[in-house]
Design a protein around this ligand. Structure first.
Ligand SMILES: [Zn+2]
Length: 445
């Protein structure tokens, strides 16, 4: 730290304390509020261990294995390629050089930052593209994708355009603060990031989802009446159940809750509507569990705190002379404002740090998410008291989505936001034993 002025050292210390306090707070809240044991009560006859062969035929298990080994190579290779690309750009002078070349025509700072955001997100998207095409062709081979290649490409372009807008706005705010308040920008940025996360989560159903899907109310009829009656019985105020036109993209089955407060909505994929009504009720009962526990709001607030903590940490990293030099940027700004963290050429370094932090956070997020999903399953079982229908729905979900029936440790860490189908089915059998309801018989007989 020699050569670093005392005032800078003080602001770095404050940021370190801020990050430590916020990360510790997030950790404590997660430890205290995560439903580690979603199914209270001891199970008569002992716990039920997941066993795919009980409910899935040999052919179903073989198909799941085959799909898993077809989809894993592009998934892992794409993950590695994306990480390598962003780390090479951010932790070598390559990214700074790329930004200098491509933003040279822009004289002013604002268009330079926006242009740098557009260039970097596009380059990173292109690095991942071959693997996404590979994945999509696997989905197609297994009948999971219903899109034509042009439709698929339009989706890619839409999400790229969305990332141009979001990254440009966020980076303009960030670099505006960085330049105006080089020592304490992170205090405002951490608070702003929290507000931004909450705002985006609130507006997500209104601003982002309609870019990709069309939604309509579940039409009047017995199913709608039954679902709203179940929500009423559950004490969860639901005014509407929305149907997404997911079938123009996939054959997979899904439902979810998004938004909170006045934007909260329960959405079912239109692909689900051909399933028997009792199974749809089972799915919606799970979603009501999320609504009742305010899982979206809860996750948003914790996510906002986590991002605020990461912003404090970002100050420490982005003012590190070693990292700046590594990224090809002189640590102290010169007379023209070149160099130092506020130089837009450091955007590549910032993206590398943000990507690394996000990737490190994923296994924790998945671990917590799986527990929250299990709690929503327990809620569905409590509400419907129908474990047999729950099991047949989970069987249908796993079959139609060709889910991994036996994920390995790495797959669980990286990809599994929900328990695997056989685990969810085993929990339904435990629920039946605890509540002395007829245990769902094996489906594979
Ligand atoms: Zn869920």
């Amino acid at each position: 730290m020699s050569g670093v002025p005392t005032a800078d050292r003080r602001s770095r210390l404050a940021a370190a304390v801020g990050a430590a306090v916020l990360f510790a707070t997030v950790g404590a809240i997660l430890a205290a509020t995560t439903p580690w044991n979603p199914l209270p009560g001891s199970v008569p006859g002992g716990p039920v261990s997941p066993d795919p062969s009980l409910d899935f035929s040999a052919a179903e298990i073989a198909r799941s294995r085959a799909f898993d080994s077809a989809i894993n190579p592009p998934a892992y290779a794409g993950l590695v390629a994306g990480l390598v690309a962003v780390l090479v750009l951010g932790l070598t002078p390559l990214g700074a050089r790329l930004i200098r070349w491509t933003t040279a025509p822009a004289r002013r700072r604002v268009p330079r930052i926006a242009l740098a955001a557009v260039v970097l997100t596009t380059v990173l998207r292109l690095a991942g593209l071959p693997f996404d095409i590979w994945s999509e062709s696997v989905l197609r081979r297994y009948g999971l994708s219903t899109q034509t290649w042009p439709e698929w490409l339009v989706d890619q372009l839409k999400s790229l355009a969305l990332s141009w807008v979001i990254y440009s706005l966020v980076l303009l705010l960030l670099y505006g603060l960085l330049r105006r308040f080089p020592r304490y920008w992170w205090t405002g940025a951490a608070a702003g990031a929290f507000v931004l996360v909450v705002g985006i989560s609130f507006l997500y159903p209104l601003a982002i989802e309609p870019v990709f899907n069309k939604f309509h109310s579940l039409p009047a009829g017995k199913l709608r009446t039954d679902l709203l009656a179940m929500a009423e019985r559950d004490g969860v105020p639901v005014e509407d159940v929305l149907v997404a036109d997911a079938s123009r993209r996939t054959t997979a089955l899904n439902a979810y809750v998004s938004g909170f407060g006045s934007t909260r909505r329960i959405v079912v994929y239109d692909t689900l509507l051909k399933s028997p009504p009792a199974r749809i009720e089972s799915i919606v009962a799970h979603e009501l569990g999320h609504a009742k526990n305010d899982d979206v709001l809860h996750g948003t607030l914790i996510g906002g705190l986590g991002v605020a903590a990461a912003v404090c940490l970002l100050h420490l990293l982005v003012t590190s002379p070693r990292l700046l030099r590594r990224a090809g940027i002189e640590p102290a700004p010169d007379d023209q404002g070149a160099g130092g963290p506020a130089d837009p050429r450091s955007i590549a370094l910032v993206l590398a740090l943000v990507t690394a932090a996000t990737q490190l956070g994923t296994p924790v997020q998945n671990l917590i998410s799986r527990r929250i999903e299990a709690r929503a399953d327990a809620h569905a079982l409590d509400l419907t008291r129908d474990p047999s229908t729950f099991v047949s729905m989970q069987h249908e979900l796993s079959g139609r989505n060709i889910s991994d029936l036996r994920p390995d440790a790495l797959e669980r860490l990286l990809w599994m936001s929900h328990p695997a189908g056989p685990e969810r089915i085993a929990m339904a059998r435990e629920w039946a034993r605890i509540h002395r309801v007829k245990e769902p018989p094996p489906l594979n007989r």
